[in-house]
Design a protein. Structure first.
Length: 327
């Protein structure tokens, strides 16, 4: 597995990505039982899969009903999705959590620089109040790496958060505030901040606490409430060990070991012909020990430079914590 890990995190071009993807596909098609059976029922021969566009994607719903695992090792940790009472949770069995740590550390540094020099504030009450959140695992690790004394979590103590933001602004300190959407809205209803240098990153999802909003309306409110020009976003989910990030306007970019494809909304086994809008398929090579080829329930738009937008979700899809908002 060490060889795969080294290969994954040293990818620097499209050829290396394709070679790693095909190697991991062949491994998972043999060793991930649910993926193996899915490919069999599609009547696809693995020896005929010779390019990225021929790789089949496992529907994300299988993480709710099966153990999606391609490693013989006992899972070190199991991440689970948030959900309302009675909803079946997705479970991601992670046999080597160090791969997740390498993925989020490298991606965060790529998009935001060295966390050691950053003050990280986390307003994530609904995530903290449950077990099994991969987001909390990531934020815990980043908080431990931040050298700033004011880095930390906030539940509902908005007064303390407001005072810290004022203090950090006065000190001209690079600061990232990552928050679940409804909690950020709750905060700006009580306090108005004018902190143009602040990076506000929303993780998506109202958690049933508020009515869902279109992204433009939501981001406008947050921009006004925090006095910033743009709202950053994180696109991740329980079933992935990598995240894409947006610097604003809902446009996301992936780290080098993650790539987005679009599938035809009327033919889920075919990639979108115009490659502009469709169901989001994700290759996440950090999922080397589970399944790297996932057909999500999100709808998206692919831009010419490889970045993407999330336009909403299929109508019959469960509402998940990491969903973004329908335009």
């Amino acid at each position: 597995m060490t060889d795969f890990t080294k290969q994954i995190f040293s990818i620097s071009n499209a050829y290396e990505f394709e070679q790693a993807s095909l190697a991991i596909f062949n491994k998972q098609a043999e060793n991930c039982q649910v993926y193996k059976e899915y490919i069999y029922h599609l009547r696809i021969s693995t020896k005929d899969v010779r390019s990225l566009t021929q790789i089949p994607y496992l529907p994300i719903s299988f993480f709710k009903t099966h153990e999606v695992l391609s490693s013989p090792n006992t899972p070190e940790i199991i991440f689970s999705s948030s959900g309302t009472t009675g909803m079946i949770q997705s479970k991601h069995l992670v046999s080597d959590v160090s791969i997740y740590e390498q993925s989020f550390n490298m991606a965060f540094e790529q998009f935001y620089g060295d966390i050691a020099n950053t003050c990280l504030l986390a307003l994530l009450p609904s995530y903290l109040e449950r077990d099994g959140s991969s987001l909390i695992y990531m934020v815990d690790a980043l908080l431990n790496q931040s050298k700033h004394a004011d880095s930390g979590y906030f539940l509902h103590n908005h007064d303390e958060l407001y005072l810290k933001l004022k203090k950090l602004q006065s000190a001209n300190q690079k600061t990232i505030l990552i928050g679940v959407t409804y909690a950020l809205l709750d905060f700006i209803e009580k306090y108005k901040v004018d902190f143009p240098e602040l990076i506000v990153m929303e993780t998506g999802g109202m958690k049933g606490k508020r009515k869902e909003m279109v992204r433009e309306e939501l981001h406008q409110l947050l921009q006004e409430g925090f006095g910033v020009q743009t709202i950053h976003s994180e696109y991740g989910m329980t079933e992935l060990l990598s995240q894409a990030y947006s610097y604003g306007n809902g446009v996301f970019n992936c780290p080098p070991w993650m790539k987005i494809f679009l599938r035809d909304t009327n033919d889920p086994l075919s990639l979108s012909a115009n490659n502009k809008t469709g169901g989001i398929n994700i290759i996440d090579l950090a999922n080397v020990n589970s399944c790297s080829f996932i057909a999500t329930q999100d709808l998206g738009k692919l831009l010419p430079d490889g970045s993407f937008e999330v336009l909403g979700r299929f109508d019959n899809a469960d509402i998940r914590g990491c969903n973004l908002l329908v335009n």
